[in-house]
Each structure stands twice: as C-alpha cells, then as structure tokens.
Design a binder for this molecule. Structure first.
Ligand code: GLY
Length: 408
C-alpha cells in the first residue's frame, strides 16, 4: 500500500513511524513532513491544506490512502476532494470537521445525541459574555468558537481576563467549569463504527505542577492507572457511538479520528471538547504501545470496513512522551538554535516537531520542537527512559516539564 501523510508536526512523525512499521505499507510519502519524517518517507513540498494540490500529488504518486494529520486541511475540505478523486482518505469531510471547527456546532450535536458535557452559552457581544460569566461564576471557561491552534481556550478565576478574551475573540462559548482529571480518548471511526485507542493524559500547562499558561501540550502518557477497566467501553457507549449516529443521521458521517477530551468530574464523565484528528502529543505515547498495523486499520476505516479489523492489539507496559519546547513558548518561541540528538534505542526515540535542516544542521523552527518518546515495563520505567534520552539532547534554548508521567 502507498500512503500519503499530510502534516509536519510531532504527531505526524509518530503516525509516519507507525505507518512505516506496517508490513503492508511499502511506500510512505509525507507533505510537507519534517526532518524526522525525511528518514522514513519521501517528502513533498506542497500546502497540505490546498485540496487541489493534495489531489494532484496523490494522483501523481498513485497512493492508495491519504492520512490527514492536522485539522486545517480537514476544515479546508481536503478529505472531500481526495474522496471525490476516488482515493481512500482517513479524515472527516469539511462538514464533519465542524465538530472541531465550531464549538457551538459540537455543543449542538452533543445535545442532540444526549452526550454529557458542560452547560454552555454562545456569546457574540460583551454584554452576553458578561451575563454568561456571571451566570456560571468562577472558574471561568471561555472558548473561541473557531479554530485557534490550541490558543482559543482561557480558563481563569480572573473575570476581567475572561471577559477580555471573549471580547478579543468576538464569538465565544462560555461554559461551566468541569472539575476533575482530564483524559483523552481517541476513536478510529468508519462512519458507522468506531474502535477506541488507549486512553491517555496530556499536560496542557507549560510548567511543572500545571503552572503557567496553556500550551498545545507538553507531554503525555498511557495507560492511565486511575481508570476503571470498563472506561473505554463506557466512553464508546455514551459519547462516541451516539455522536457517530447523530453525524450519520445529519447526512455527514464521521470517517476519521474522533478525539474526545473528557473530564472525570464529581458528577461523572463529561466531554470537554471534540477534535477531529489525532491529539498532539498524546498520539506519540499511544502509538508507542499499538500492536496492530496502523496503515491497515486506517485504510479499513477509510473504506467503511472497520468491522474487518476486530479489536486493536496493545503492547504491555507504559509509554511516555516529553515535549522539548523552545524558550519563549507558548509565547513567541526563540527559533534558529542548533540541535544535536542522541541515538534512538529500541525503547526510546526522538520525534521531530518544530525542526528544520539548514545547510545540514538541525535547527529549532517552532515552539514545540521535539518529542522524546519511551516505552517501558510500566509508566514509571517509560518515564525514566524518556528523561534519560532527553538528557542526551543538546539544545541550548530548549526546556521541558520534569513531571510528565506522574498522574495529575
Ligand atoms: N493534546 C491537545 C490537542 O491535540 O489538541
């Protein structure tokens, strides 16, 4: 099978690595890819969010499957264009991607499907926002209604800051605060059915002990020791399957990765948000434990044949990913610093996210620069291995959290 993977981050490097290990994947292409993917795929310098450019490349390469990493191409209709060209695509249509692109749409679908979630108000004026903030009280949760690359959500006890964010965004969802630990559950969906991946936990704040501002994610681990054995089945029954059924009923079936961000609140399980693509960096940890061939599973989903896959297989033990970020992140990161990497081992490896090759030298080029992934006999062992490998990275402008893998 020939596969074209769209995207350029740490998530895509992890997806590429897993795809390349599938014995049925004999050719892997990435667009635009990154220096890490360059070692395992042929890179193509096109805009992955341009439907015509993606279809032209997929046709020229005669690929069997397109796998879309980030949300922007999905919202731009890339999956629709690829499917219209008769090529299998793992990723939802533009209409189904509204589950991530519009928080208001996601709330509407959840209400119709009786999926448990926080109470919310859609606000388009300062007066509406102020009234909603006062209705729910602190802690305030204000979400930009549109895509904001992980920067649209403000959670704060400061009413002025919450209101300022609402005014700056223009159109926001203001919600009641969900207490309790958060869990990410990814489901591979074929329009009718879904298979859950292993639940994982992300570390969203920049500093140890969950201090500082929100980021795209500073690390992740799995499996989660505090979950009941039936947790994934419960989420499938109460969240994922009703959402798939509702999307199908609306004539916009969901084919791709449905990411449920969940809070385990004192009042039970609730959805914090949906995303329509693999999470970053949880994917880097989850795929480290996947024992099933990823390319075959994603192709079956793209074809509406997930039933043929059976259950997914998982390796024993735990996995951890520690994100190495650039000084300044999540504000403006300092880029252009040289990086020297240690050698990967069988159980610990470095994934690229914000890196570039400049005259043969690896340099930082973004906020989240690297992801250090390790597998171990349990999460604690994986944590030790990940920090051991991270210690071998030479990157003067880099920093990471030191508490990834400790449940929070
Ligand atoms: N882990 C957060 C995200 O992918 O949006």
């Amino acid at each position: 099978m020939k596969v074209l993977l769209l995207g350029s981050g740490g998530r895509e490097h992890a997806l590429g690595r897993a795809l390349e290990q599938d014995p049925e994947v004999d050719e892997l292409h990435a667009a635009p890819g990154n220096p890490g993917l360059d070692a395992i795929a042929r890179l193509h310098d096109i805009n992955p969010a341009d439907p015509d450019a993606v279809v032209a490349l997929a046709r020229e390469l005669a690929v069997d499957l397109v796998v879309v990493g980030p949300e922007a191409p999905l919202v731009a209709g890339v999956a629709d264009a690829v499917r219209d060209a008769g090529i299998d695509c793992f990723g939802p249509s533009r209409a189904a991607a509204q589950l991530e692109a519009s928080k208001a749409f996601a709330k509407e679908v959840m209400a119709a499907a009786s999926v448990p979630t926080a109470e919310a108000r859609l606000c388009t004026t300062e007066a509406e926002a102020a009234a909603a903030l006062d209705e729910f009280g602190p802690t305030y949760v204000v979400k930009d209604d549109g895509l904001a690359a992980g920067k649209g959500v403000v959670v704060t006890d400061d009413r002025d800051a919450a209101l300022a964010h609402a005014v700056a965004c223009g159109r926001v969802i203001i919600e009641s605060f969900l207490d309790g630990p958060e869990v990410s559950l990814f489901a591979i969906c074929d329009g009718d059915r879904a298979l859950p991946l292993m639940p994982a936990q992300d570390y969203k704040r920049v500093g140890d002990g969950d201090a500082g501002p929100n980021t795209g994610g500073m690390g992740a681990y799995c499996p989660l020791p505090f979950l009941e054995p039936g947790f994934a089945s419960d989420v499938m029954a109460r969240v994922i399957q009703p959402t798939l059924d509702e999307m199908k009923r609306r004539g916009t079936p969901f084919v791709g990765l449905l990411y449920a961000g969940l809070a385990l609140t004192s009042q039970g399980l609730k959805v914090v948000e949906f995303n329509v693509r693999f999470g970053d960096p949880e994917t880097q940890a989850v795929l480290a434990l996947l024992g099933s061939p990823l390319g075959q599973v994603l192709r079956a989903a793209a074809r509406g044949e997930l039933e043929s896959v059976g259950q997914l297989r998982w390796l024993n033990g735990g996995a951890v990913v520690v994100v190495e970020a650039a000084e300044g992140y999540p504000g403006t990161p300092r880029t252009g610093a040289p990086i020297e990497l240690p050698r990967d081992t069988d159980d610990a490896w470095v994934l690229h996210a914000g890196t570039a090759l400049v005259d043969g030298q690896l340099m930082s080029s973004g906020g989240r620069v690297l992801g250090v992934v390790a597998r171990g006999s349990d999460v604690e062992h994986a944590r030790e291995r990940a920090y051991w490998l991270a210690d071998g990275i030479r990157f003067d402008d880099g920093f990471h959290r030191t508490d990834i893998g400790i449940p929070h």
